[in-house]
Ligand binder design. Structure first.
Ligand code: HXC
Length: 510
């Protein structure tokens, strides 16, 4: 009997060594943790239960039968983060470069199936040379099995990808279908075709970092949501992030203890909006002052900075925030900001996270590039996302809400539950100068007349009361009381029940 126990221990010991000391040292030399070190850091101490430690590949090509390491290049299992169940896989670059074989894929699929069945998030740590070259189409089949599960899990359990090394070729499409992608600066990259292929096909010379590093994907392509300095920071941030999310689409986000005064009066908010209508101010300041303990988990902060998205808590409960940012492009909507916010709204709606919308928007960005880039279709994404969302929706207009953008930004007409405005709100078809230029073209030369027209227009439309008269704004509130008013609004909406008509699925303008 004791021989058998010793044999088990020996096997475990071998499995834990991954690709061996030499390759582990090489991994550390690149500033990267190993697959197991990453899991240890991600999960609560001693909570990890591993599956399939003894799985080995079945390939007999290229003399592969002579090398069958335990685990086959991926560590999988489940554990807890701050006490909540999560499923995790972590590719082991020290074993065949973390490349994906048929059995490697089966291990990932097993924990994805378990996660869906048990209603818990899936966290995938990617560090892989891609398809196991020796396995050919079996490896491609394995990828497709993972992709199919990514699709089925979408909107059922949160899926988070950490990119902590290479992620290239078709392999990128699994993370791309998950809800959030976190990358590590200088040690991770994602691209469909690498620098060598690009050089051959298009003659462009580009480094892997510039092509698909963390900076590229968080600033330019928006493929990734956040970039971190190193593995440790990225993993600790995932732990913090997951606390904001529910475990699945049938449960609510965890309620955290909060130590902030719900009725906190913020007098400084009374002067947040500058007296001149075109002066910028930082909408982030408002978000921080509204949230419990000033905690705002911002997503995609380096992309389309004219809109802010992220999570706060009110009374300890998660709320998704979408806010125009007057500091960048005057907070207008454009292609990038519409796409960014639309996907966020849809995630919140899929996972029953209430939505707070803070509005200061002069309209859609004009220009040839925008029109030719399809701003009509991309803008429609945000409109569609708000229009289909059935979660509690609370909106506060701080200043401008002009034109179509007024409608889009969670207006009353898109089933906004509470639509508040500050006294500084200007709810109109457009700004006063533009309106007067169109309505009084013939008087343009007469500056006295035009200034009078502008001030008449401002008096009539550049305020919240025309909309309030019609009930499109439920109340005009004092800025200083905003935290209290929105917290009460969300509290009153906890029992909200709203269903869209039955359909197989919608046809959002992609
Ligand atoms: C099998 C692989 C491998 C792969 C790496 N290795 N990639 N084994 N299949 N795809 C092995 C290496 O042989 C080596 O084994 C170990 O992993 C580490 O690789 P190195 O090259 O020494 O590491 P490094 O210098 O850091 O380079 C990493 C790398 C490079 C850039 C990822 O290995 C590379 O270019 N690999 C091939 C990438 C690729 O073309 N993959 C297929 C893409 S197509 P030893 O024994 O020496 O430690 C694809 C299609 C997916 O993925 C389609 C899905 C639909």
């Amino acid at each position: 009997m004791s021989d058998k126990l010793r044999d088990l221990e020996a096997r475990r010991e071998t499995a834990l060594q991954g690709g061996g000391d030499r390759r582990v040292t090489a991994q550390h030399a690149k500033g990267k943790l190993t697959a197991r070190e990453r899991i240890d850091l991600l999960l609560d101490a001693e909570s990890f239960e591993e599956f399939d430690m003894f799985v080995a590949h079945r390939c007999i090509e290229f003399d592969m039968q002579s090398e069958r390491p335990f685990g086959d290049g991926v560590v999988t299992g489940w554990g807890t983060i701050n006490g909540r169940l999560v499923y995790v896989y972590s590719q082991d670059f020290t074993v065949f470069g973390g490349s994906l074989s048929e059995t490697h894929a089966e291990k990932i699929c097993k924990i994805m199936d378990m996660a869906m069945r048990n209603g818990a998030p899936i966290i995938g740590i990617n560090d892989s040379g891609g398809a196991r070259i020796q396995e050919g189409v079996s490896s491609l089949a394995g990828y497709a099995e993972v992709f199919q599960r990514n699709v089925l899990a979408s909107g059922v359990v949160p899926q988070i990808s950490l990119i902590m090394g290479p992620c290239a070729g078709g392999a990128v499409y699994s993370p791309a279908m998950t809800d959030f992608i976190f990358m590590v600066k200088d040690s991770s990259y994602m691209f469909v075709t690498g620098p060598d292929v690009i050089k051959t096909v298009t003659n462009e010379i580009v480094s892997a970092e510039l092509l698909g590093g963390a900076s590229t994907h968080t600033k330019k392509s928006s493929v990734a949501d956040l970039a971190f300095e190193n593995d440790v920071e990225a993993i600790l941030e995932v732990r913090r992030f997951i606390d904001f999310l529910p475990s699945n689409n049938k449960s609510k986000s965890p309620v955290r203890p909060f130590y902030d005064d719900l009725n906190r009066v913020e007098e400084s908010l009374d002067t947040l909006v500058p007296s001149t209508s075109n002066s910028p101010y930082d909408m982030r300041e408002l978000i921080l002052k509204l949230s419990d303990e000033g905690d705002f988990y911002e997503i995609q902060k380096d992309f389309a900075q004219n809109i802010l998205i992220g999570y706060i808590r009110l009374e300890g409960q998660t709320v998704g925030v979408i806010a125009n940012q007057p500091l960048v492009l005057a907070g207008c909507l454009d292609i990038d900001s519409s796409r960014k916010a639309a996907r966020f709204v849809r995630f919140c709606d899929a996972f029953e996270i209430p939505i707070l919308t803070l509005v200061d928007v002069p309209g859609f960005l004009p220009g040839l590039a925008q029109e030719h880039g399809g701003v009509i279709k991309h803008g429609a994404k945000l409109l569609f996302a708000y229009g289909e969302a059935t979660v509690p929706k609370v909106t506060v207009i701080t200043r401008k809400a002009y034109g179509g953008a007024y409608d889009v930004m969670s207006s009353k007409h898109l089933r906004g539950d509470f639509n508040y405005a500050w006294p500084t709100a200007e709810i109109a078809v457009m700004g006063s100068k533009g309106a007067v230029e169109i309505l009084y073209k013939s008087e343009q030369e007469d500056s006295v007349k035009i200034s009078k027209r502008i001030s008449d227009y401002e008096g009539k439309f550049a305020n919240p009361f025309v909309a309030a008269e019609r009930g499109f704004i439920d109340d005009v509130i004092l800025p200083r009381n905003t935290r209290k008013r929105i917290s009460r609004a969300f509290a009153s909406l906890r029992g909200k029940s709203l269903m869209n008509p039955w359909k197989k699925h919608d046809n959002i303008p992609l």
